[in-house]
Design a binder for this molecule. Structure first.
Ligand code: BGC
Length: 378
């Protein structure tokens, strides 16, 4: 499909599948993904913000905020569990995905993933900066998420691919960092506004914005140092501590979450490894991936293009986007991944039999395509 066509079609697809609640299903025609994920949903809403679809994006953020508030009673449970050294499980964590009406899912999948909550804060801040109106529902959700992330950020959890829950992950830390940093100005504003009681004393509650702002500043100071210490090996970032492999989600450290500057030599060396080890036309998640055989992901290919656009390397960006465009079907639908350059043919067959053909359309693929074409600013 030609570039202009796929761009317009992608916007239509995202809007067409938005539920009346404001939620976006990850992949409407693929039953296992007929849920709303904070991670996918935020990038979808961000893509719509970039093309001026403020109402649709606002509908998503309001729905996300209401869903967080509805399950917000878990935040104090989670913080208490971490403080007492007790495990985090489905009963005390905020889940990674919800039904399109905001209930927790019932599948036996891991639910404890922190990156989506950081991503949500990052996207919401971008929405507000772009002119989205500040609403009370945001404020209530932001306080909960900030309390949650500042309490749990050092805890191992599933990564953004819903795997390896016993580890910490640099991409997750990057999303937490990017989200907390982006939302900090709103916490500071509220802190100043509500700075004193009538009698001049500072309010003491944990939910007091000034207090939350201090917690955020503390995490923003400690997190980059911890991440560098734990996840840099030789000259590059690694997927998780103790081994050498890269994951394409390490791109997030630079774009958009700003844990590294794009010119940082360690980040540049990491991108070079991603190019060498994971990119052959399109981009794989990581070399040992076997989900649907470990094919090439459209959203990651667009992500790499986004990085090159920001670096002023338009030709390479264009090449990657042409690869994505060529994988749209006649309806203009983009899948999650394509079974090219597979790591394991046997696993591809296994997943086909288990869950059917690869998810398509995957709305996050469309979102990342729009962002890469349009998103010249982080
Ligand atoms: C991916 C997640 C994604 C979900 C829905 C999973 O297979 O690993 O990153 O959020 O699909 O698209």
């Amino acid at each position: 499909m030609k570039a202009g066509q796929l761009f317009a079609r992608s916007i239509d697809i995202l809007k067409a599948y938005q539920a009346s609640t404001g939620a976006f299903p990850a992949a409407p025609d693929y039953p296992p993904y007929n849920y709303f994920w904070l991670r996918d949903g935020t990038f979808i809403a961000h893509a719509l913000d970039l093309v001026g679809e403020r109402e649709a994006a606002g509908g998503f953020y309001r729905f996300g905020a209401r869903t967080i508030i509805a399950h917000g009673y878990k935040v104090e449970r989670a913080v208490a569990a971490v403080t007492r050294g007790q495990p985090i499980d489905d009963t005390n964590c905020l889940h990674t995905r919800y039904t399109l009406t905001g209930e927790e899912g019932r599948e036996p999948w891991g639910n404890f993933q922190l990156d989506g909550y950081g991503t949500f804060l990052w996207g919401l801040a971008a929405h507000l900066r772009a002119g989205g109106p500040w609403e009370d529902v945001y404020w209530r959700a932001v306080k909960l998420v900030v309390r949650y992330l500042t309490g749990l950020w050092q805890h191992p959890c599933l990564d953004c691919w819903e795997e390896y829950g016993e580890y910490r992950h640099p991409s997750t830390l990057a999303a937490i960092y990017g989200g907390l940093k982006a939302i900090l100005p709103w916490l500071e504003d509220e802190g100043r506004r509500t700075g004193c009681h009538d009698d001049g004393r500072e309010p003491k509650g944990e939910q007091y914005p000034g207090r939350l702002a201090l917690k955020v500043e503390d995490v923003l100071e400690k997190l980059p140092e911890l991440a560098r210490r734990e996840f840099i090996r030789d000259d590059h970032w690694v997927k998780f501590a103790g081994q050498d492999a890269v994951d394409a989600n390490l791109l997030w450290l630079g774009v958009p979450f700003g844990l590294c500057s794009l010119d940082d030599p360690v980040f540049a060396a990491t991108v070079a490894r991603i190019e060498d080890e994971l990119c052959a036309g399109g981009v794989k998640r990581y070399a040992a991936d076997t989900y649907y055989g470990g094919g090439q992901w459209l959203l990651l290919t667009a992500w790499l293009a986004w990085y090159y656009r920001l670096q002023g390397e338009g030709d390479r960006a264009r090449e990657l986007l042409v690869w994505v465009e060529a994988r749209a079907d006649t309806n203009g639908y983009l899948p999650e991944q394509v079974p090219e350059n597979l790591t394991s043919e046997a696993h591809y067959q296994y997943w086909l039999e288990r869950w059917g053909p690869i998810a398509k359309p995957l709305l996050w693929s469309h979102a990342m395509y729009i962002i890469a074409v349009k998103g010249m600013e982080v």
